[in-house]
Design a protein around this ligand. Sequence first.
Ligand SMILES: Cc1ncc(COP(=O)(O)O)c(C=O)c1O
Length: 365
Amino acid sequence: MDYEIDTRCIHGEGHKYEDGNNSISYPIYQTASFSHLTPGHNPNGFDYSRESNPTRAYLEETVSSLEHAVDTIAFASGMAAIATAFEYFKPGDHIILGEDLYGGVVRLIKQICEKNGYETEYVDTTDVDKIKAAIKENTKGIYFESPTNPMMRITNIQAAAKIAHEAGAILIVDNTFMTPVYQNPILEGADIVVHSGTKYLSGHNDTVCGFLCVASKELSEKFRLYAKTTGATLGPFECWLCLRGLKTLAIRMERHKSNAEAVVVYLKGKEEVEEIYYAGTGIISFTVNSVDTALKLLRNIKLITFAESLGGTESLLTYPTVQTHPDVPEEQKLKLGITDRLLRLSVGIENPKDIIADLEGAFHG
Ligand SMILES: Cc1ncc(COP(=O)(O)O)c(C=O)c1O
């Protein structure tokens, strides 16, 4: 069905679920295994929940609908989805990486991908010419976030996809910050989209999950094999929580964005704030004039919580240098601007006046 995005958040592709009980909400199939009629014969195609489960299948179909993907696999975390995406590569493959990545991905590259013999190279992908210049004979993949966490840097996805495909490589884009409400990388030419579903997709700071969305049947078969073999697929209850969260994704994003825009205006008027990094979603990074000011804000906020993560209904203030990016080398952090004066605010959907009043109280506390 060709529904609009806000309708697809609620109804996916519009397939009605029929189990004879007429439930509106999709059921939680809290089962490890499924009975077989005769050897090798299971009419609904479900055997064992590591491999597949109806609640997960319904969630995966909904996320595929949102991301215009051929298939989606739901994982136990964003990192599990990203680690599985990197299973695509072989020893000796060269992978171009955006230079501003979530710290957990930097750790994955350093601790796991290097051990697996991948040749990785950080490139400023915001400059398309730099991506082109970095292409080598053995380049098999390009991976970046757009916008990036936490510096909100934007890469031209269409241009990057063209460069990747001309080189015989695939493009993987982390779409956690924009969400499918504001950006569909597959429609721009990306082969794989990854998500920390923990963030906006689930949206309530209560679920850890991740998604790997693919643009072809071939990639789907490859990753379904890896997912069922390595086994970090999402449990039925978390699938249901995410399905429930997704129903309000589009409307939440509207409010996150309008709240964030109001906070940006407020921050612009504060003399303690030196730089603001904002890419049009619900997340704002900003630097303040001293470490003392940064620590004061973290100490004095009352409504907003000093915590990691983002994209939920509750506003969270994060100290990236310590919380989300401790594994990024100091030199790289400084180059990107991830200093001890940088804060990242995930603006929730509370009343914007209360969020701003809390920040004002914290500045003066
Ligand atoms: C942009 C981005 N990608 C991936 C991840 C990893 O996701 P998860 O924490 O769900 O494993 C995060 C986590 O903060 C993130 O911010």
